[in-house]
Design a protein around this ligand. Structure first.
Ligand SMILES: C[S@@+](CC[C@H](N)C(=O)[O-])C[C@H]1O[C@@H](n2cnc3c(N)ncnc32)[C@H](O)[C@@H]1O
Length: 397
């Protein structure tokens, strides 16, 4: 096995192990401290909350229900992803792996439950209306790419409209959960989950925290299977779809002969790129602009929706970046570079894309309020002001 494949297997098995460890982790992190706190109260105070012990039992039951989801997922994933059948050989998950395993339950609610339908409808009608008008027929030959596709809900929505859709995702958590949801012939609303059970603030009542959701909100196999219109590609967006020039080698953009060939093949290959809550995941947003411009055909569209909450803004880590020769791969000018740093605003992105890249604006709107992974009953007011735009790549012959 080459080193790259070996590294991938380690990451996959670590992710799988984080699913396996979910129950113990969630009980230790969220349930047990509250049991201890409850036990520490004076008898006088305990009498004020006569329902509290049964509430703690419900929290525990919610965690147990979630852990059953992960156990079912693992039953399928071992074979699907070629993992070692003995989980005792899997690497220990990191704290970050465990927190992703918890937060992905909210992502499942966002993408695959009816309670977040209103949230998804902030964007879906905008993209649907434009695509239906622009491509009235022959949609199975229209190639849509969705980078940072998460659990593939938007990709399935695009397939339902008849488009040939490629979902790209870098996170093994997303890929494993997404594959399970898409490929397990799940019954509509067949799986129960308690995604909000780990969050103890911002509830108008206890029932909200303990609320059970049922996923998926539609019969996926009826909508997708047989059409052969959906594919998933694992890896970092610039790494796979970017140009072989202008981007520095980094952790998200590598430089083997094989990957340079894939990138060259992907040039001018897509009719539409849809970025949904994705642009702010970049450490250098210009790399994403280079990549979108490279992968789109002349005349193709870039449709964006999402906030500017840059994921690396508070990150103190650095990574090694370098120049390289696009023909030989020879590396030079290695530099230790901060992950944070190029955080452009809505206006900066549009100005840069239309001045230094071959894009012309078709539509744009800023300040569209949206939540993320919560329903309309959420009182936290933790929302985002999102930007929507459609740019067209013009021919530069
Ligand atoms: C905020 S989530 C949005 C997910 C989905 N688009 C949605 O709207 O629910 C951002 C996603 O982008 C993925 N991502 C981050 N950097 C990426 C990269 N360089 N290439 C591909 N995916 C990436 C993350 O793993 C995550 O699933």
């Amino acid at each position: 096995m080459d080193t790259e494949k070996e590294d991938d297997k380690i990451l996959l098995e670590r992710t799988a192990n984080s699913f396996l460890c979910y129950k113990q982790y969630a009980l230790d992190e969220f349930w047990r401290p509250r049991v201890l706190k409850w036990e520490s109260l004076s008898e006088h105070q305990k009498r004020m909350l006569p329902w509290y012990e049964s509430y703690l039992k419900d929290v525990r039951n919610g965690i147990e229900t979630n852990s059953i989801f992960y156990l079912n997922l693992l039953e399928q994933s071992v074979e699907m992803w070629g993992l070692n059948t003995d989980p005792r050989s899997w690497p220990i998950p990191s704290a970050v792996d465990m927190s992703k395993t918890v937060s992905i339950l909210n992502q499942i609610a966002r993408e695959w439950s009816s309670i977040c339908a209103e949230e998804r409808d902030k964007f879906l009608p905008l993209v649907r209306e434009f695509l239906e008008e622009s491509f009235p027929s022959g949609r199975d030959t229209v190639k849509i790419l969705i980078p940072g596709a998460g659990l593939c809900r938007l990709a399935v929505d695009m397939v339902q409209l008849g488009f040939n859709t490629e979902a790209n995702e870098v996170s093994y958590h997303m890929l494993m959960v997404g594959q399970f949801i898409l490929n397990s012939d799940l019954q509509e609303e067949g799986i129960a989950l308690h995604p909000f059970v780990h969050s103890f603030s911002h509830h108008i009542n206890r029932a909200q925290q303990l609320r059970q959701i049922h996923i998926p909100d539609l019969n996926i196999s009826e909508r997708v299977v047989g059409e052969n219109l959906l594919s998933m590609v694992s890896g970092s967006f610039p790494d796979i779809y970017g140009p072989n020039i202008n981007i520095k080698q980094s952790e998200s953009y590598s430089n083997s002969a094989a990957i340079r060939e894939i990138r060259a093949e992907n040039r001018n290959s897509k009719d539409v790129v849809v970025t949904n809550f994705f642009m702010d995941t970049s450490s250098n947003i210009l790399d994403y602009l280079e990549t979108i411009s490279h992968v789109l055909k002349d005349g193709g569209y870039w449709i964006n929706f999402g906030p500017f909450m840059y994921h690396f803004e508070q990150d103190h880590q650095t990574e090694l970046t370098a120049d390289f020769d696009p023909c030989t791969g020879e590396v030079s000018n290695e530099l230790n570079t901060p992950l944070k740093g190029i955080e452009l605003s809505h206006e900066d992105v549009i100005q840069t894309a239309t001045t230094y890249f071959p894009f012309k604006p078709i539509k744009q709107k800023a300040g569209i309020p949206s939540t993320y992974g919560t329903d309309v009953n959420d009182i936290s007011m933790l929302g985002y002001q999102c930007s929507f735009w459609i740019l067209q790549k013009v021919s530069i012959k």
